[in-house]
Design a protein. Sequence first.
Length: 558
Amino acid sequence: MSENESKDFIRQIIDDDVASGKHGGAVVTRFPPEPNGFLHIGHAKSICLNFGVAGEHSGKTFLRFDDTNPGRESEEYVSAIKEDVRWLGFDWEDRLTHASDYFDELYDSAIRLIEMGKAYVDSLSADEIREYRGTLTAPGKDSPHRNREVAENLDLFQRMQDGEFDEGAHVLRAKIDMASPNINMRDPTLYRIRKIAHQNAGDKWNVYPMYDFAHGLSDAYEGITHSLCTLEFEDHRPLYDWFLDQLVPKHRPRQIEFSRLNLAYALTSKRKLSALVEMGVVKGWDDPRLATLAGMRRRGYPPAAIRDFISRIGVTKKDNMIEMGVLENSIRENLGDAAERRMAVLNPLKVVITNYPQGQTEQMVAMNHPIKPELGTRELPFGRELFIERDDFMEDAPRKFFRLKPGGEVRLRFAYIIQCNEVIKNDDGEVTELHCSYDADTRSGSDNSDRKVKGTIHWVSAEHAVSAEVRLYDRLFTVPDPGSDDNVMDNLNPDSLENVNARLEPSLASASEAVQFERLGYFCPDSVEHSVEKPVFNRIVTLRDSWSKIEKQALAGN
């Protein structure tokens, strides 16, 4: 297989265009988000593809805001989108643009279509336009206003812009073919009246272009060579090309479609995401349970891991559902190499080492990474009273339980071997404390530390432990495709967030980056609420994919 044949179909097309000298060998792409919400993991695929293919050919990528609908857009979303693209690792340099930058040119193009007899002002209501459009199996019928004279259409369109008419009174439509099998070609709307100020263009306009009209022409104005869109725009391509055919701009872009990213157990509908935020189901667009890039960043997902995930799933024309485990594997691989190790106890059980001297504290030497000695070591305080994970003790333990049990021994990581001698319970029979003894000759790293036991557990010194809120995040939904159900509330996972009061080793009080809590998973300080006075950590991902089998079974049943 040649190098070109091993590439995805879009890269093959672009390679062929460059080799043939098309567009002078230039590659210019664009990422055109609508600033009406935060970006999600699906947008990450488009960002990586557009910036990626341009970068591979020393090309350029525009970040263009599709701001044709001022009633739904805001500067908050504009700022969030720019932050997300930068965080993901891409730079548009001086190529930040807006569809609104071209409103004058688009308006002039609409007038040209009217003068050519290719557009007309329609005075049907929105409901009447839908009725006249027909269905997938029945052709539409001509509007009674379709054959207005050019002069009348020009006059009405000017008066629409002058603010003479109420919203909904008229629209400007392309005159194409009401019997076309492609509904998008049945005289689509080009302009509608919106008496609302625009966040970028001010109060100059009373009419605003539709996305289909603005998009292809904006591509042409910017010299875009390859306009990469998801498959839902495939049926819109004939309309994209029709505008270019009629108006013949100096530059002609080409639209190419690819499959969108469908991630299991994740919601990527901005409308439904917005509803979850507005209803308070989640704590904002950056809630770490959401598949928004802001949520993933706050949860601690490394941008390099997301780029790796996008690379692994590839670019095709076939829609499919990607298991969440694929993304989490990329995250684990990235953090496994980069994250230093620390000790934390999420469900503390107190241990008193009865033969350890009262008031004594030792400093144990702990490696920051098991296979990267260059990351150095740190000191862990050790004393008479410790905390261990409650799950690391079992009173009635099976034979192959190699953690702590009555009469059993375990090694405390980086420290000593201890033996459980006594179990203390409260009046309800709950275990509240363990009394243990330690073997002073088994300190880790000492000459006599080679005595072997089958289990090793983690711990923190009770006296020196830092109390912290740790948030254990899980899937927000219980079904693989929550977006397929209109009422996403029915599929919410009631266990998507568990807050625990944990005990952490002292060095974590000043943590600023993701770390591995040994034996527990990867965690990071919450970027919004964490402070030295009140530490808050988010679980990024577990050490193992406990959902893998569940996902495969659920996806197989769909």
